[in-house]
Design a protein around this ligand. Structure first.
Ligand code: NAD
Ligand code: 0WE
Length: 266
């Protein structure tokens, strides 16, 4: 008996086995879900296909979320293959590298537009396409980061995009609640993935979080997967519009230096 038996989940954002979306996929698969995958473009096909096959997926299709026709074509295929979906995972973000390195002040109009389109608007577009396939309700989860709320060095335009994403989650949740469609976000602490590895100073931020977080460690893809399983299954049936932190407690702190070392506390 699995928590996701008989449910179909459509997953966006697997690039490789380190992807957060892959951690989520594995937990959903272990609980009996049927998984469908979409990947960003032809370059990723070679990486995503074998992963999808390892969890017996029947649908692996490209979809660049900046293209309305690709979104439409993908959902048409999903409809033909399964007739409906129960869960959708949005684990997509992109900003131009130069916008995550320099000063936020220098963000270009085009860089701002691109980051918000791929990282935030795409949730609205994908949710709109998913609604007709969720006639009896469903659950949608998007990935976010604490930089949306508090200033962190170099997160820059991605922070603005994540703030828009979190707010979109609340507006979508309010509108779709009467259809029994729930929409939530997971705010994950730093994890070493493809999207994170290229960020200058990422390792330092990871170690800083490990020293400061109440649990005194970083988090894993699988821990995000477990929370996603909760949000995408019936276990969270009255939870919607929420941002759930999977960050070893980091976000509760008002002072991020390890207390006991400085103030000789217990
Ligand atoms: P990742 O690189 O494995 O995943 C990012 C995905 O976005 C990739 O699969 C990429 O193909 C996809 N993508 C980019 N542009 C796209 C487009 N135009 N169309 C379709 N897909 C596109 O890295 P990840 O760390 O697993 O990131 C997944 C999500 O988790 C992102 O939203 C990220 O902001 C969020 N997140 C990551 C961390 C972290 O520390 N790694 C922490 C909190 C939140
Ligand atoms: O959301 C993210 C990163 C998303 C991301 C990463 C890249 C790298 C390669 C978006 N676009 C790009 N574009 C590229 O060209 N995270 C939560 C991971 C992350 O990114 C940071 C972080 C953390 C954590 C950037 C600065 C500071 C901390």
């Amino acid at each position: 008996m699995g928590l996701m038996d008989g449910k179909v989940a459509l997953i966006f954002g697997v690039a490789n086995k380190r992807s957060i979306a892959w951690g989520i996929a594995q937990r959903l698969h272990a609980e009996g879900a049927e998984l469908a995958f979409s990947y960003a473009g032809p370059v990723l096909e070679r990486r995503v296909k074998p992963l999808a096959e390892s969890v017996n997926s029947r649908l692996v299709e490209p979809c660049d979320v900046t293209k309305d026709d690709e979104i439409e074509a993908l959902f048409q295929k999903v409809k033909e293959t399964y007739g409906r979906i129960d869960a959708l995972v949005h684990s997509i973000a992109f900003a131009n590298r130069e916008d995550l390195e320099g000063a936020f002040l220098n963000t270009t109009r085009e860089g701002f537009r691109l980051a918000l389109e791929i990282s935030a608007y795409s949730l609205v577009a994908l949710t709109r396409a998913a609604v007709p396939l969720m006639p009896n309700g469903g659950s949608i989860v998007a990935m976010t980061y604490y930089g949306a709320e508090k200033v962190l060095p170099r997160y820059n335009v991605m922070a603005v995009a994540k703030a828009a994403l979190e707010c979109s989650v609340r507006y979508l949740a309010a509108e779709l609640g009467h259809r029994n469609i729930r929409v939530n976000a997971i705010s994950a602490g730093p994890v070493k993935t493809l999207a994170a590895a290229g960020i200058p100073g990422f390792r330092k931020m990871l170690h800083y979080a490990e020293r400061s977080a109440p649990l005194r460690r970083s988090i894993t893809q699988d821990e995000i997967g477990k929370t996603a399983l909760w949000l995408l299954s019936d276990l969270s049936s009255a939870v919607t519009g929420e941002t759930v932190y999977v960050d070893a407690g980091y976000h509760i702190l008002g002072l991020t230096e390890p207390f006991e070392e400085i103030y000789e506390l217990p």
